[in-house]
Ligand binder design. Structure first.
Ligand code: PMP
Length: 347
């Protein structure tokens, strides 16, 4: 027997969304990727980095990225850490704040990867369910665990908690409130102002959705410098390679392109949601680049399978809280028109 830690031996591991090998044969609306290419300036910046310079290690602290993000969001660079995908920084937040046997909590349904990361650390996991008004059921007056993850906008449901709610949560959490803003660029509000005011609030962002860079693995966290300093101690020292560093700086610098893509996705999302409602689907108003929608017979699996047969990939969750619908990422207008036609046919 290998001397595996008990929690590792017993855990199942996370199952990411399906990435087909022959992906060009599908309309791929299952992992909330962006249907538009990255900014041409990002491609230029990556290509400029390809060459002899790759012999050398990258800047360990990703300073150019921290500075660019600081300018963009209005923070000094010591409030920012760049990450190899936001998953990396979510992981390091658990490693920094939660010892074995201590508690991590999050909302169910939201991003179940928090649970996998907590299991690796040997932490306890607690989930809070949602009521009809998107409040948390049975949330204590004071939450005494070390870390609470609030996914805002919520994924996979797409609704957004108001900032007053997030602020109230920050006050009730004894430990750290991590606001996972993977989808905030598609929403109207975010918690950056709370980070400035409250030392126990951390915001995480990703470049995978709004910046079309899922393949580069880029994310960041914004928090009080004391939190950032702790995260800097435990990350891989060269966590961003040279190409990723060049890409994130160029992506943040090209805000015009970014805004165009985000606006197109929001417009398509709102149009697609309205069309689904015409078909008598129930659609949760979405603040992300996806919608969670339920067909009239509330059989998510049936629709998922029928779309799959037509080479349209969406996400179905067998969890009883989610099996009545499917999560559909927002693609181009053309992709969504084809999806809608398929849904009409499927009935
Ligand atoms: N948080 C949420 C809520 C997500 O949906 C995702 C993407 N699946 C992530 C974080 C991770 O993003 P990244 O690609 O930056 O690791």
């Amino acid at each position: 027997m290998l001397p595996l830690r008990k929690n590792i031996a017993e855990m199942a591991g996370y199952v990411p969304g399906f990435q087909p090998r022959d992906e060009h044969r599908y309309i791929k609306l299952n992992t909330n990727e962006n249907p538009y290419p990255p900014s041409p300036k990002v491609i230029e910046a990556i290509l400029a980095e390809v060459g002899d310079g790759l012999r050398k290690y990258p800047d360990a602290a990703s300073r150019a990225g921290c500075e660019e993000a600081g300018r963009l969001y209005g923070f000094d660079p010591e409030w920012i850490i760049m990450a190899n995908g936001s998953d990396e920084v979510l992981n390091n937040l658990i490693r920094a704040f939660v010892s074995e046997g201590e508690e991590v909590a999050y909302v169910h349904p939201s991003y179940s990867y928090y649970s996998t990361l907590a299991e690796v650390q040997g932490a306890k996991v607690r989930t809070f369910l949602l009521d009809e008004g998107w409040s948390l059921k049975d949330f204590p007056k004071r939450y005494k665990g070390k870390l609470f993850f609030l996914t805002n906008p919520n994924a996979p449901l797409g609704f957004c908690y108001p900032q007053e709610f997030v602020e109230e949560m920050a006050g009730r959490v004894d430990g750290v409130l991590v606001v996972d803003e993977a989808y905030a660029d598609f929403a109207r509000e975010n918690s950056l102002d709370l980070v400035r005011r409250l030392p126990n609030v951390v915001v995480t962002r990703t470049f995978s959705k709004s910046y079309s860079l899922a393949g580069m693995r880029l994310g960041l966290a914004i928090a009080h410098p004391e939190v950032i300093a702790a995260l800097n101690k435990i990350r891989d020292h060269y966590n961003l390679d040279r190409l990723a560093q060049a890409a994130c700086v160029a992506a943040m610098a090209d805000q015009e392109y970014f805004r165009q893509c985000v606006n197109k996705i929001r417009e398509t999302r709102d149009w697609f949601s309205a069309e689904l409602r015409v078909l008598e689907w129930e659609v949760i108003p979405s603040h992300g680049n996806f919608v969670f929608a339920s067909p009239p017979d509330r059989d998510g699996k049936r629709v998922y399978e029928a779309l799959y047969e037509r080479r349209i990939l969406v996400r179905y969750f067998s969890d009883p809280a989610l099996d009545h619908g499917i999560r559909i990422s927002i693609g181009t207008r053309e992709e969504m028109e084809k999806t809608l036609a398929a849904l009409v046919e499927i009935g």
